[in-house]
Design a protein around this ligand. Structure first.
Ligand code: CA
Length: 437
């Protein structure tokens, strides 16, 4: 078999694993998925690379040390990359290396492969229960950019704050609007998030007051991680852009709406967005997402030439948001939507980002922008779900919400539905702590 048919075999929907939990149709981590992350556990607090399978993690450093995983590199470059505390060095080995690891793991974990399945001592060395592991930020992120690419979201926000008749500004349909975010405050799922303080402009007062945000919100987004950078001055063509993407995560772009509304003119959000951005710990590769590729929405007007690409560049990813108040037993699902609604594609975002000559680096994170669907239960922010607080949401166990309260836990979840299996992202969770006084 050649490399491309080996890669195709990793996507075979009939392939099952000897890790039985991976064969549960509701598991996010089927053998078709194999997402990459960074973990530590009770045996070793050293952070290292792992791949999720069912309720387990495959320890890539241990597998390499056992002689069961190899990528040909100079000296021990591969061994050091998988034993590193971030995935950057592994990702920098290039797409052929990621694909080779994917193919080797898919074979080792397949039900018919006895190597690990029948060797208890070896399994004890290389398999870790997710329940016994701690997950860490998977990449060191040199730069974070956030886009604004959902037509429904941009239309809703424009209707609320400007004019429902001209909700979209003229530039929106011509380019993926974005801004440079703050990489230093990107945190991994599970990290508590403190409510920010800042300048608030109350309607009945001439000058702003300083205080805790009163309109704390989520933004349901996905993010993509750069797998191959581009040099300064060398734009990435739209047709080549997907080859520069390692994979995707769920991303919560926490937003302080009251701080944002006062500060955003003329340069865009600043303190309203910089206090925290949460991402899910597992990076799902574009290779694993390939069976879920679908057509993007029709773009009218036709984009300028540098933003055109042939073929299908959207992905069918079910997404939802859950809110659990501090003392509640159950979370309430407050929104359900799908990534396929996004107007601008990831390829167009990257082509536009670099067309000026701006360089990107391995590990750079690009947020999709809030993902809102066409119906009022498919919006990706409380701002839209409650129409800026005018329509409170009813929660399962009683009570309502307009914006986030202290102690609330917000969870993003997402998966692609295959035939009897899922390629999922796990969850992206954050609990809100009271503001500093
Ligand atoms: Ca955003």
């Amino acid at each position: 078999m050649n490399a491309s048919s080996d890669l195709q075999a990793t996507l075979d929907s009939s392939r099952k694993s000897w890790v039985e939990s991976a064969n549960d149709p509701a598991s996010d981590f089927s053998i078709q998925n194999l997402p990459f992350g960074i973990f530590s556990d009770r045996r070793s607090d050293a952070r290292r690379a792992g791949v999720a399978i069912g309720d387990q993690i495959v320890d890539l450093a241990a597998l390499q040390a056992a002689g069961l995983l190899n990528v040909s590199t100079q000296g021990d470059v591969f061994a050091r990359a998988v034993a590193s505390d971030t995935l950057n060095d592994f990702i920098a080995l290039g797409r052929d290396a990621w694909r080779s690891v994917r193919i080797q793991l898919s074979t080792l974990l397949a039900r018919d492969t006895a190597t690990l399945r029948d060797d208890t001592a070896l399994r004890a060395k290389v398999m870790v229960r997710q329940a016994d592991a701690q997950l860490h930020l998977p990449v060191q992120i040199p730069g974070y950019t956030d886009f604004y690419s959902s037509k429904e979201h941009a239309t809703n926000v424009g209707s609320m704050f400007r004019d429902p008749k001209n909700a979209l500004l003229p530039n929106w349909s011509e380019m993926p609007i974005g801004y440079n975010g703050r990489a230093s405050s990107v945190v991994v799922s599970g990290t508590p998030v403190r409510r920010p303080n800042g300048q608030l402009k109350l309607p009945d007062q001439e000058r702003p007051v300083f205080g805790a945000c009163r309109k704390l919100d989520i933004e349901l987004e996905t993010g993509f991680v750069i797998g191959a950078g581009n040099a300064l001055g060398e734009p990435v063509a739209c047709a080549d852009a997907e080859a520069h993407i390692f994979g995707m995560v769920l991303l919560n772009d926490w937003s302080a709406r009251d701080i944002q509304q006062w500060e955003y003119v003329p340069l865009g959000p600043f303190n309203a967005k910089t206090f925290a951005t949460t991402i899910s710990p597992w990076i799902v590769t574009l290779d694993a997402l390939e069976p879920f590729r679908v057509a993007q929405p029709v773009q009218e007007p036709q984009p300028l030439a540098y933003l055109r690409h042939d073929g299908e560049h959207a992905f069918d990813i079910h997404l939802e948001v859950r809110l659990r108040p501090q003392l509640a037993k159950q979370a309430s699902t407050i929104a359900r939507t799908n990534f396929r609604h996004m107007y601008w594609t990831m390829a167009q975002q990257l082509a536009h980002h670099t067309v000026s000559g701006c360089n990107t680096r391995v590990g750079d994170l690009m947020g999709s922008g809030t993902i809102s669907g066409p119906t009022d239960d498919s919006y990706g922010s409380l701002l839209e779900l409650t129409w800026n607080g005018k329509k409170p949401l009813e929660l399962n166990e009683g009570g309502t919400r307009t914006f986030i309260e202290d102690g609330d836990e917000l969870t993003l979840a997402g998966y692609c539905q295959g035939d009897g299996y899922r390629v999922g992202f796990g969850t992206c969770v954050g609990e809100i702590l009271p503001a500093r006084r």
